[in-house]
Every structure is written in structure tokens, then in C-alpha cells.
Design a protein around this ligand. Structure first.
Ligand code: PGA
Length: 248
């Protein structure tokens, strides 16, 4: 039985005040069976890890550098994140792929750095609207996943979490139907099963893209959807907590 995971991707939103207010509201809740993670912007990671230390809520970063260290002005290394008490890192989010031309190979290199620093990579895959309309969804998401499957060791892959985020559903209010999302999740899990059956059975596949309190339960009850990567709704404690409840 896979433990459900509910993760809030704050993107470039927030302030010290929001970190205090939102995280204290989350901390006021009882731990439930689903694991909870928040991904604040870099400047708030230290505040978040201090506030959440020893709690049931983990902290992730939204990206890391593909370099280990050195003359890379503005970059943040996986080791620095681990040093702060961060446990997870989002990699290959479509906004990184779209606005920073991040490639599958770069995402792989970042995943290796993250794993070497003992961070759990949460690797995002997903097709654009044009790709879906052209019938290329399977090809795109399998290409994005296969780059990792071909290169990482089985022990490394055991630590990886995958998030399926159809680009056309992110921040648009359009959500993949539970059936559309399940179809892609099953496809991704089957690709992992070709590498190792036990790995496929244990790997977490999150859905992301306009997950809200009113659609979360129907998505999260699908057999291959193990949780949510939630953008907009994660900035509102009530909405985020309602989604967490739906994951139970
Ligand atoms: P959204 O974002 O929930 O606002 O659509 C999801 C994401 O990009 O992780």
C-alpha cells in the first residue's frame, strides 16, 4: 500500500508573513495518514524548515542546480538545500522547461545531484495542449520518464517521486478528468514495471494541474494516483487542508 502524498508548490508566491500564517494553520492540524510537503520559494526555505522541524510536514525546494558547486551566480546547489533541512526537490516543472528551456538531460543531471545530496527528487512530466491534441501525450511523458529510467540505478530510482502535470491544466482551471489522469499514470507505472516490478508497485505518482477541493477526491481515488502536486490551492490553508482530507 503506497502512502498518499499531498504537496503544495507555492511557485513565486509568498512572504515571511504568509509562511508564518499558512504553516501555523497547517501545524494546528492532526497528522493524518497522507504525508504533507510544502515547496516555498528559496528565500523562505530556512524559515519553513525551522518552523516545521520535527513536525509531520516536510519541506521541499522548487529546483536545484545541476552543478555541484562553484562559479554559478544565482544557482542553489542540492547540498545547500540538504544543509537547510530540505528533504525534497521539484525538478523539471513545466515552468522550468518552458521559461528556462530545461531539457530532459538537465533534469536527469539535477536528479543525480539531488540524490547525491540525499534529497528526494520529485520529477515533473507532462504534455502541452498541442502535444495532447496531436496524440503525442504518451510519447512525450514516456520520453521524459525514460531519460531517468535509463540512467539512474535501481536504488536511486527507489527514491524518485514522479508528478504528472499536463501543462494545459496548470493554473488554467482545466483539470484532467480522473480517467485521463489515470490513463497516463498507468502508462508511466507500466514503463517503470519494465525496469522492475517492485519499483513500479512502490513508486509514487502525483497528479498536478488545477487540483482543488472539489475535484481532488475523484482524482485521488484512482488506483495509480498517489497524491497531488498542488499550486494555486496550496496557498490557501483551507483549500489545501480540504485536499489533504480528500487524500485520506
Ligand atoms: P496549479 O499548479 O495547481 O495551480 O494548477 C500545479 C503545479 O504547477 O504544480
Amino acid at each position: 500500500m503506497r502512502q498518499k502524498l499531498v504537496a503544495g508548490n507555492w511557485k513565486m508566491h509568498g512572504s515571511q508573513r504568509l509562511v508564518t500564517d499558512l504553516l501555523n494553520k497547517l501545524l494546528n492540524q492532526q497528522p493524518l495518514s497522507a504525508k504533507v510537503l510544502v515547496f516555498p520559494p528559496y528565500p523562505y526555505l530556512s524559515q519553513a524548515t525551522k518552523l516545521l522541524a520535527g513536525s509531520f510536514i516536510g519541506v521541499g525546494a522548487q529546483d536545484c542546480s545541476q552543478a555541484e558547486e562553484g562559479a554559478y551566480t544565482s544557482e542553489v546547489s542540492a547540498a545547500m538545500l540538504a544543509d537547510l533541512g530540505v528533504s525534497h526537490v521539484l525538478l523539471g516543472h513545466s515552468e522550468r522547461r518552458q521559461y528556462h528551456a530545461e531539457t530532459d538531460t538537465q533534469v536527469l543531471e539535477k536528479a543525480k545531484r539531488a540524490l547525491a545530496a540525499n534529497l528526494i527528487p520529485v520529477v515533473c512530466v507532462g504534455e502541452t495542449l498541442a502535444e495532447r491534441e496531436a496524440g503525442a501525450t504518451a510519447e512525450v511523458v514516456l520520453r521524459q520518464l525514460t531519460t531517468l529510467l535509463d540512467d539512474l540505478s535501481l536504488d536511486e530510482l527507489k527514491k524518485v517521486v514522479v508528478a504528472y502535470e499536463p501543462v494545459w491544466a496548470i493554473g488554467t482551471g482545466l483539470t484532467a478528468t480522473p480517467e485521463q489522469a489515470q490513463e497516463v499514470h498507468a502508462l508511466l507505472r507500466a514503463a517503470v514495471a519494465k525496469v522492475d516490478k517492485d519499483l513500479a508497485a512502490s513508486m509514487l505518482f502525483l497528479y498536478g494541474g488545477s487540483m482543488k477541493p472539489d475535484n481532488a477526491a475523484s482524482l485521488l481515488e484512482m488506483p495509480d494516483i498517489d497524491g497531488g502536486l498542488i499550486g494555486g490551492a496550496s496557498l490557501d490553508a483551507d483549500q489545501f487542508l480540504a485536499i489533504r482530507k480528500a487524500a485520506e
